[in-house]
Design a protein around this ligand. Structure first.
Ligand SMILES: [Zn+2]
Length: 420
């Protein structure tokens, strides 16, 4: 098949050019002019992007209201997760890294085609020290967990290098593709704020050693001092990453440690407060403080690699592309923002040999958008069709009709036979 005459984003050169893209057996075989194919997709007036990545989502979570979650049946999260996966895919996100919640079964269900969704790397959950960001203990001594443990998602609280060695192995055994750890406090939890570092060097070093031995990367929820310690001990990416000092940013650039800024989560929290959601006062203070201490602009200037992540559902699943415009507001060019959501993200996840750019030999994950793909503002509303391995997994029913939100899975067909 051939995608004819679109404005193709070259993630390697970070440029666009009018070209045809030829696909055979789910693989891109050529990019150029006057290419042939049995099926033709007219992309005139459209942008053609590599399948996009979101490197920080929580697919089993649909909001952050622990009081609601506490009253829902345990397994509801997986059915909600299936809906969230479909919405994410319809948004043009063909690959995600789940930062806590999704388990191996969800990943396998997607791989077997039981449910539509992005390709997944799962972390299962986030390792935390006692009193850390993932410790569900509240000052009342009540335990309310947004991600309650189950056999496929082991408990997360762990202290000391030897316990951590065992915990990493337990997570790998349960199917973790990536190990996630919180090396600082955070915003929406009962515990310490972002300025407090969690885990000591011997613990983080052990975690990275064990993960590396199992051929897993480490992603660290981290701000400030906690981020500095994570970088010093060899993690692959810093998630959120507020309050990063110059020394940390220089070291991240030198070691090629990614920053996944999750700007959408800050916007989502602000919007939910405006819409009447109330958080305890100390959490409100932390949210305001975090907004005042974003590091992404300075990270870009320092040459730190950036990968796109939203922290959905802190911003709703299916509206992931809002992050692109937020990255541009923080000083990235539109092409660099798209690179962060494609080839840079693929490299972060170790998938750049097969995904992340439109080049011969790569898998044909493609997103067709109305108009100029470098116009990232409102891009989420202009998603026309989504392909994984050359199969149409989401096609707007009437491409010539009024633009429909790409955020609703229902507005897309998930019928693999759909082609236009
Ligand atoms: Zn998160």
């Amino acid at each position: 098949m051939v995608f004819r005459g679109g404005t193709v984003f070259d993630a390697v050169g970070r440029t666009t050019d009018t070209a045809d893209v030829a696909v055979e057996d789910g693989v891109i075989v050529a990019v150029g002019s006057d290419l042939d194919g049995d099926v033709e997709v007219d992309c005139t007036g459209c942008g053609v992007l590599p399948g996009l990545f979101d490197c920080h989502v929580h697919l089993t979570m649909s909001d952050t209201d622990v009081f609601r979650v506490a009253q829902e049946p345990f397994s509801l999260q997986f059915y909600e997760g299936a809906v969230n996966m479909a919405a994410t895919l319809a948004a043009g996100i063909t690959t995600v890294r789940d930062a806590g919640g999704a388990d191996l079964g969800m990943r396998v269900a997607q791989e077997r085609g039981l449910i539509p969704g992005p390709r997944m790397q799962v972390s299962l959950n986030m390792l935390s020290q006692t009193g850390g960001h993932g410790d569900p203990w509240w000052p009342s001594t009540c335990v309310m967990d947004l991600l309650p443990p189950h056999p496929g998602r082991p408990p997360v609280v762990v202290d000391g290098p030897e316990e951590i060695r065992r915990k990493v192995r337990e997570f790998v055994r349960a199917g973790a593709d990536v190990i996630k750890v919180a090396t600082s406090g955070g915003l929406v939890s009962s515990g310490a704020g972002p300025e407090i570092p969690h885990f000591r060097d011997d613990e983080i070093a052990m975690l990275v050693t064990e993960a590396t031995a199992a051929r897993r990367f480490v992603m660290a929820h981290a701000h400030g001092e906690g981020a500095k310690a994570a970088v010093r001990n060899g993690v692959r990416s810093i998630e959120h990453g507020n309050q990063l000092d110059d020394e940390t940013l220089e070291e991240m650039a030198r070691r090629r440690v990614w920053l996944v800024p999750t700007l959408a989560s800050g916007l989502g929290l602000r919007q939910s407060v405006e819409n009447g959601v109330t958080y305890p006062e100390h959490i409100m203070e932390k949210i305001e403080q975090a907004e005042a201490n974003r590091s992404v602009r300075r990270a870009v200037e320092a040459g730190v690699p950036i990968a796109m992540g939203t922290d959905a559902p802190l911003y709703p699943h299916g509206q992931n592309l809002v992050e692109l415009a937020l990255l541009v507001e923080e000083g990235m060019t539109p092409a660099d923002a798209l690179h962060a959501a494609t080839l840079s993200a693929a490299e972060l996840m170790g998938l750049h040999e097969t995904l992340g750019s439109i080049e011969p030999g790569k898998r044909a994950d493609l997103v067709i958008v109305d108009g100029d793909p470098l116009r990232v503002e409102g891009l989420g509303e202009r998603v026309r069709a989504v392909y994984q391995d050359g199969r149409a997994v989401g096609v707007r029913p009437d491409p010539s009709g009024p633009a429909q939100s790409a955020t609703s899975a229902a507005s897309f067909s998930n019928d693999a036979s759909v082609s236009r």
